[in-house]
Structures are given as structure tokens and as C-alpha cells.
Design a protein around this ligand. Structure first.
Ligand code: R1P
Ligand code: URA
Length: 366
């Protein structure tokens, strides 16, 4: 059993920030909503408690993190842009800033393959990956009808955390505004594609050989309901993260870089936690966590595009659906119990309630 700091090899800047998200320990909470756009992040952040004032950091690479409390419980909202590579930066770099459990809900837009109106919200039970096969002869000059390569590959499914899935469905039902008539669909399968275009069956001027892609996917997976671009990778990393299986023989980290100058909102000073956290241990007692810390993940997906009717959501509908689902995801996250021992240390964090804040703050439920 290892008793050294297990993630000291992770590359950071000289001021202990991870390279791409620009965060250091104490700036991202154990409960996290991740989404694609800063505007959605700021809209959801409007629900956070006024005290302590939410902390906002935008990295040089365009990741925005807003951390504060919702009903007294620390939460972060992280805008990551689009696609698997950004989802990968998000999961790995946040994980290295946090002790204890990491609970992630992706709140994203999607296309629907089932016959539901735009504005429907889907909570998938799992996801598959759809990836372009770079070995396929897309130009087709040498293609033969019996060619073995398929233009697109699909993975086996990975499952969402079932408790988080059910909590999301419950919170969405409990908070649905009376003027929203679109359905909530649950326990379906999602597909995350490596392109908005070719691997989602859209036609462009490239020879993508994808005219029958959606028909093939739905024939393989009759419960397939949604297409987007990040859920699979987040669920995949959550399902295979195992701190005890970390390879000890890794090379030394690169020499730390100078600070990357993230932009930090003047409403809140950065975290003063400048030590690298040992992610395998409790930040309260420094004991190894038993069972080991986990990443739990699930998704709620707003249907922006119907791939059956070709309808596209209006900006007004987007505002209504985002306002509803943002609050529902916050409710689901803060309702999920996490043992105190498995939470990141509040001291010096951006969600710490200091003496001056204490009178105004809501009592923390967890
Ligand atoms: C494509 O338009 C983007 O929208 C979806 C897809 O997953 C992809 O990132 O999610 P967001 O609305 O969260 O960006
Ligand atoms: N996001 C996607 O990736 N696909 C859609 O069709 C809509 C949103």
C-alpha cells in the first residue's frame, strides 16, 4: 500500500494550479455541474447563495469555474466548451484539486433521436461512444463494396450512477414550472459523438459516408434517445478511476511552468490552499479513505434539436429550460449525502464562511 502523496506527479504551475482549468485546491467543490457555455454557467450561478460571494475563475484556455454554496452546500459550476478532449481536461484536472468524492452532473444540450418535442429533458441511464474511423477510406477512390472497415465505430455502453440518475429525475419532476409542458424522459441510452457533424449523421460537403449512421445506431440500440458530445467520456472516466491502481512507475512531472494568469473575479479572493492535495486521503483526518474516493457521474440533457422533425429550439425556450434544469440539478446535487470525512477541506477554500460572512450565511445542511 502506498503512503506517499499519490498525485504529486500531476503537472501544475508554480502556484499549484492545474494547467488548463487554472484551478488550485480549494477552488472547486466536491459537487459539480459541468456544461458547455459560460452563459449557462452564469445563469445557474444566479441561484447560488449570496454568502460567501461566488468565486469565478476563467482560465487562459477558456474554462470557467464558479464556486459557491447552494442552500449552504458547496457546489461548483464548470463551463468546459465542447467535446471529449475538453471533458478529459475537466475530469482529470478537477480530480487532482479535490480530496474525497467527486460528484458530477453534466447539464448539456443534445439532439433527440426519439419523437419528442424540443425542450424535452432526457436523463440517460448510460452512454456509448460514436467515433470516426480514421482508417476508413473516406475519399473512396480505393473503396470496395466488401471493404472491412466501417466509417464509424461504436463502443460498449457505460452506465451513469443510478442514484444520481434517479435523484435528477426526481428533482426535475419536483421543480418543473407549470408553463413547461415538455416531457422528462429517463432510463434511455445516450450516444456521445466525436463530431457535431459527421459522427452525428449530419451532411456537410465532406464525403463522410454517414447517410445511414443514425439508422444503424438505432438498430443496434433500440433504447438510444440522444446524441451529444461529452457524456460518454465523463461517465467512462468516472467508471474507471481507481486511485489504488495508479501506476507508481510514472516519469517525474515536467518542470512547473510559471503561473498561467487565470482571470479571477474581483468579488472573491483565490483559495489559500497552496499544498497539493493527496486525493486518496481525507482532508480532515489525512487518513486513507475507506472505501477509496470515487467519481460519481450522470447527465441531464436538454433537447435542442429534434433529429426526427428537424425542429430547433428557440432562444426563449432555451432560457426557460435552462432556468428549470439548472435549479433541478443543483437540488439533486445538494440532496445527495456525502460523509463529512469524504469532503474537501473548507479551511482556506473559496467556499469557507469566515467570521464576517457567518451571520448572513444559510446554515450548511451537509
Ligand atoms: C454542440 O453544439 C455542443 O452542444 C452540446 C454538445 O454536447 C456539444 O458540446 O452540449 P453543450 O450545450 O453543453 O455545449
Ligand atoms: N448538441 C449536439 O451535440 N447535437 C445536437 O444535435 C444538439 C446539441
Amino acid at each position: 500500500m502506498k503512503d506517499k502523496i499519490v498525485d504529486a506527479n500531476f503537472p501544475r504551475t508554480l502556484d499549484q494550479r492545474v494547467y488548463h482549468l487554472g484551478l488550485r485546491a480549494g477552488e472547486v467543490a466536491n459537487r459539480i455541474i459541468t456544461l458547455g457555455t459560460p452563459s449557462r454557467a452564469h445563469a445557474i450561478a444566479s441561484y447560488l447563495d449570496p454568502t460567501p460571494a461566488p468565486f469565478t475563475l476563467t482560465s487562459e484556455r477558456g474554462f470557467t469555474t464558479i464556486t459557491g454554496r447552494y442552500r449552504g452546500v458547496p457546489v461548483s459550476i464548470v463551463s468546459i466548451g465542447m467535446g471529449y478532449p475538453n471533458a478529459d481536461f475537466f475530469v482529470r484536472e478537477v480530480r487532482e484539486c479535490l480530496n474525497g468524492d467527486m460528484v458530477v452532473v453534466r447539464l448539456g444540450s443534445c439532439g433527440a433521436l426519439i419523437d419528442v418535442p424540443v425542450g424535452t429533458v432526457v436523463v440517460p441511464k448510460g452512454s456509448i461512444a460514436v467515433t470516426r474511423n480514421y482508417d476508413f477510406d473516406f475519399v473512396g477512390r480505393n473503396a470496395r463494396p466488401d471493404a472491412k472497415e466501417e466509417p464509424y465505430r461504436t463502443s460498449k455502453p457505460v452506465v451513469a450512477d443510478p442514484i444520481l440518475h434517479d435523484a435528477l429525475v426526481k428533482a426535475l419532476k419536483a421543480t418543473r414550472p407549470p408553463d413547461v409542458a415538455t416531457p422528462i424522459v429517463d432510463h434511455t441510452l445516450n450516444a456521445s459523438a466525436d463530431s457535431f457533424y459527421s459522427s452525428q449523421g449530419r451532411q456537410t460537403s465532406f464525403p463522410d459516408h454517414n447517410a445511414d449512421l443514425i439508422a444503424r445506431l438505432t438498430a443496434q440500440h433500440p433504447d438510444l434517445a440522444t446524441l451529444e458530445m461529452e457524456t460518454f467520456h465523463i461517465l467512462h472516466l468516472a467508471s474507471c478511476w481507481d486511485i489504488e491502481a495508479q501506476d507508481d512507475s510514472a516519469d517525474a512531472p515536467p518542470i512547473p511552468h510559471a503561473a498561467t494568469s487565470p482571470s479571477i473575479s474581483p468579488t472573491h479572493a483565490p483559495s489559500t490552499q497552496t499544498q497539493i492535495p493527496d486525493v486518496a486521503t481525507s482532508s480532515a483526518s489525512h487518513a486513507r479513505l475507506r472505501p477509496p474516493p470515487r467519481i460519481r457521474a450522470a447527465a441531464a440533457q436538454m433537447v435542442f434539436a429534434s433529429r426526427t422533425s428537424q425542429d430547433f429550439i428557440t432562444p426563449e425556450q432555451v432560457s426557460t429550460i435552462e432556468a428549470w434544469t439548472g435549479r433541478a440539478v443543483l437540488d439533486a446535487l445538494v440532496g445527495l449525502p456525502i460523509d463529512r470525512e469524504r469532503l474537501h477541506d473548507e479551511r482556506g477554500s473559496v467556499w469557507e464562511i469566515t467570521g464576517a460572512d457567518a451571520q448572513e450565511a444559510q446554515p450548511a445542511r451537509r
